[in-house]
Each structure stands twice: as structure tokens, then as C-alpha cells.
Design a binder for this molecule. Structure first.
Ligand code: PPO
Length: 214
């Protein structure tokens, strides 16, 4: 499934209805996806993943930096399932960083740091965990790279999938939410490294964009 669909006209919730770090007051427009909803959706994704991959060694490939919170919470839910069912499997976690070089401008040539030697993936069930998928270009490149190491199976878990034009066919196998094409922050998603310490997924305000502009 494409996950929970958030429509383009979804206004989000008022910030006054939730708790969030005081140092971000004035920098956010709304709470787009509350933390609790993210956690409940993640718990169900963990069950779907275990149903599909839970029969063989799993290696989780966490795509940094944005994916670290989603990956930590997803792995936590998978562990909870493993210790409460007679069927449990060994799970390893590996971290990779995707950088598109040429200073801060994202370019065509994608560099994958920490993925030089993924030979330990051979014959394993690989779960790539990413926070946000847009056009799918990055994911396509990463999949090709991982396939070269001949895993048994590759699945992709994406917390957010953006509705963007030319959304290439590589939609994640497990999707948390399908969202409008808006810039969101929080839950490890950043704007110039800020907002990673925000618990909800929020929409940044115009003044917030100016305040943290590089
Ligand atoms: O909305 C977003 N928020 C943070 N980071 C990214 C986003 N889209 N691609 C990368």
C-alpha cells in the first residue's frame, strides 16, 4: 500500500495543540504529522516487514542522516515483535550516508559513503530504511549499488513518499505516509541541520527558512 495519504489541502494541526521545543517557536507553521501517529504507523510497518522478511537473516541499511530516527523506532518495533513470537531472526544494522557532491548543490553523481564494501549482504534479506523518497533517483542508484552484492532479497521502507512529478517506479515496499510536495522538518528531517531535534513532522515557516538559511 502507498501508506497513509495526506492530501494537498491538509492544513496540519495548530502548534498550540502540541508540545515542541521552545527554541523553534516562530520557525514552524503547523504540526503536519504528530509524533504519536508516526510511531503507530511505524509499528504496523514493522509487522508487515516481519511477515515478509522474518524468515531469514535481516540486514537493515539505515540511510543517514534523515533516516536515523525512523530507523531506530522501526528496529525497536521489529525487536519487540521478535522477542514476543517464537519466530525470531538475527538482525544487523549498517549505516550509510548519501552525498551528492559539488559543495551544497545536489548533483547527478551520487556518492555513497560507508557502502564501499557491502559484501556481508550476500545472501541476506536487506531492508533499506530511508526517511523521505522524492523522485526516487537516489533510491534507484542505491538499489543498483546494493544489488551488485547479491543479497537474497532487497526491500525498501520509506517513512515519507512525496507526491512529485516523474515519481520513478521505485516506490518503497513499505510506505509510512504519502505527502504533498512540501518541505517538511522534524523527526530527524532537517533544514540546514536544524529541526532534527523536533519530535513531530512539521512544516517550516517562511521566517524559519530565513532564520536558518545558510
Ligand atoms: O521535505 C524535506 N525535508 C527535509 N529533507 C528533505 C525533504 N525532501 N527531500 C529532502
Amino acid at each position: 500500500s502507498g501508506g497513509i495519504v495526506i492530501e494537498d489541502d491538509w492544513p496540519g494541526y495548530s502548534l498550540d495543540l502540541f508540545s515542541y521545543p521552545a527554541h523553534y517557536s516562530g520557525d514552524l507553521d503547523c504540526v503536519f504529522i504528530p509524533h504519536g501517529v508516526i510511531m503507530d504507523r511505524t509499528e504496523r510497518l514493522a509487522r508487515n516487514i516481519m511477515d515478509d522478511l522474518g524468515d531469514h537473516d535481516i540486514v537493515v541499511l539505515c540511510v543517514l542522516k534523515g533516516g536515523y530516527q525512523f530507523c531506530a523506532d522501526l528496529v525497536d518495533r521489529i525487536k519487540a515483535l521478535s522477542r514476543n513470537s517464537n519466530r525470531s531472526i538475527p538482525m544487523r544494522v549498517h549505516f550509510i550516508r548519501l552525498k551528492s557532491y559539488l559543495n551544497d548543490r545536489s548533483t547527478e553523481d551520487l556518492h555513497i559513503l560507508g557502502a564501499e564494501d557491502l559484501s556481508f549482504l550476500a545472501g541476506k534479506n536487506v531492508l533499506i530504511v530511508e526517511a523521505i523518497v522524492g523522485t526516487g533517483k537516489t533510491m534507484k542508484t542505491l538499489l543498483k549499488h546494493v544489488e551488485a552484492f547479491r543479497p537474497k532479497m532487497i526491500k525498501v521502507a520509506g517513512l515519507l513518499v512525496k507526491r512529485v512529478p516523474h515519481n520513478w517506479a521505485c516506490l518503497p515496499d513499505y510506505v509510512g505516509f504519502e505527502i504533498p510536495n512540501r518541505f517538511v522538518v522534524g523527526y530527524a528531517l532537517d533544514y540546514n541541520e536544524y529541526f532534527r531535534d523536533l519530535n513531530h513532522i512539521c512544516v517550516i515557516s517562511e521566517s524559519g527558512k530565513i532564520k536558518y538559511k545558510i
